[in-house]
Design a protein around this ligand. Structure first.
Ligand code: S3P
Length: 438
């Protein structure tokens, strides 16, 4: 399955101060979960500030193919009439969305009909054994060539299992919990460290019993049966999207930016912790709870950063932020070392290798390591042409690098930014960045 050819490039110039007050689009992880869970709930769900972006639209399309009744008041406001799913006439196309395919697989293994889950060429290269193996242990019938999609799923009776996840992954944990809804006995999942917990929060709010043995939620047991209540939520701003304007403001002198309504779930705030350690000047205000998630406004000012050493539990709490952290590290005084981040190699791209190669084109010196990298700064980025590799977070990180490169930069294959952050270029340009989309 192919995604549409998407050609766009951004031209960046240094010097434009980043100022003002912005919002970022709704959280991608929560938006995927909301559209899936509302579709299988009993009753009408109302979802506001839903992320209308490439990845989540793919999930919404798949749920419609499965018979979900989804009405849109506007792009981000959804009313979903939940109920039983029905067979899709065609293979479900999750495009580039790893979260979409892995979580939906957890739901599809519990359905009384067969389905095929597929996606873009890029998605077809990503590992699916991490969900296939534990779901199969629960009794699921999944076929896949070489552990990759397309996944062919046939109806099978599921029994709850106890699964010790070898890696901390929000997607794997969620796939198992969702399959657990359809099992005849409870499902227990343990994780080596706390991966994002949006699925647990949402399922509990919908009336599902999930017990946890420890405060961190590293050992969870989901009890099947009972009604799945509908949702009525406003999705908070995505902290992973906020990271791009935030780092831009830190790096461009004279900046002072406020990003309002950002999700501050502790399983997602590793980047803020790392930046605080690097000496970033930011403050959080207006804390509240929204959609069962802690939320707040972040005000950030340009700062002289210093290097940081990151490994262990922090890694999973900022797994999507390493491409932009690499950019920040080139501008920080001293050594930044990242360890235990091997997972970066199996994201939309091998994010360690791709970021190192692209930043080198701008003049950066990056030491690539098997499970991370080492960067000694501050470095002068000269300028040049770099490529987004159809990976949204790579394209957006390189855009921010272009804003601090002495001669500016051109980022080709940049349209993929819209997989998670529609309006990325306009948002940045709107607060002063010298960015020209073409
Ligand atoms: C996600 C989990 C993470 C993250 C991805 C979204 C989720 O992936 O990188 O962008 O929504 O559960 P892994 O579970 O593979 O770590």
């Amino acid at each position: 399955m192919k995604t549409d050819a998407r050609h766009q490039q951004f031209t960046l110039r240094p010097g434009g101060e980043i100022r003002g007050k912005i919002t970022v689009p709704g959280d991608k992880s929560i938006s995927h979960r909301a559209v899936m869970l509302a579709s299988i709930a009993q009753g009408t769900s109302y979802i506001r500030n839903w992320l209308a972006a490439g990845d989540t639209e793919a999930t919404l399309g798949a749920m419609r193919d499965l018979g979900a009744r989804i009405e849109r008041q506007d792009a981000s406001t959804l009313t979903i009439e939940g109920g039983p799913l029905r067979p899709s006439p065609n293979p479900l196309n999750l495009k580039n969305a790893g979260t979409g395919i892995r979580l939906l697989a957890g739901i599809m293994v519990g359905q009384p009909f067969a389905s095929t889950l597929d996606g873009s060429e890029q998605l077809r290269r990503r590992p699916m054994r991490r969900i296939i193996d534990p779901l199969t242990r629960m009794g699921a019938d999944i076929r896949a060539a070489n552990g990759c999609c397309p996944l062919t799923i046939r109806p099978a009776a599921l029994t709850g299992a106890h699964y010790d996840m070898p890696i901390a992954s929000g997607q794997v944990k969620s796939a198992l919990l969702l399959a657990g809804l359809y099992a005849d006995t409870p499902t227990t999942v343990t994780q080596p460290s706390p991966a994002r917990d949006h699925t647990e929060r949402m399922l509990r709010a919908m009336g599902v019993r999930i017990d946890q043995e420890d405060e961190a939620g590293n050992c969870l047991t989901l009890y099947p049966g009972g009604r799945l209540e509908p949702l009525d939520i406003t999705v908070p701003g995505d902290p992973s999207s906020a990271a791009f304007p935030l780092v831009a403001a830190l790096l461009v002198p004279g900046s002072d930016l406020t990003i309002t309504g950002v999700d501050l779930n502790p399983t997602r705030t590793g980047m803020l912790d790392a930046l605080a350690e690097m000496g970033a000047d930011f403050a959080i205000s207006n804390r509240l709870t929204q959609a069962g998630e802690p939320v707040g406004d972040i005000q950030v000012k340009s700062s002289a950063l210093r290097g940081v050493d990151i490994g262990g539990e922090t890694v999973v709490r900022m797994i999507d932020e390493f491409p932009i952290l690499m950019v920040a590290a080139t501008q920080a005084e001293g050594e930044t070392i990242v360890r235990d981040a091997r997972e970066l190699r199996v994201k939309e791209t091998d994010r360690i290798a791709v970021m190192a190669a692209e930043l080198r084109k701008l003049g950066a010196v990056i030491e690539e390591r098997e499970d991370g990298f080492r960067i000694v700064g501050p470095q002068r980025l000269s300028g040049g042409q770099v490529d987004g590799h159809d990976d949204h977070r790579i394209a957006m990180s390189l855009t921010i690098a272009g804003l601090v490169a002495a001669e500016g930069a051109i980022v080709t294959d940049a349209a993929c930014a819209a997989d998670s952050f529609p309006g990325f270029a306009e948002t940045l340009a709107g607060c002063g960045a010298l960015l020209l989309p073409e």
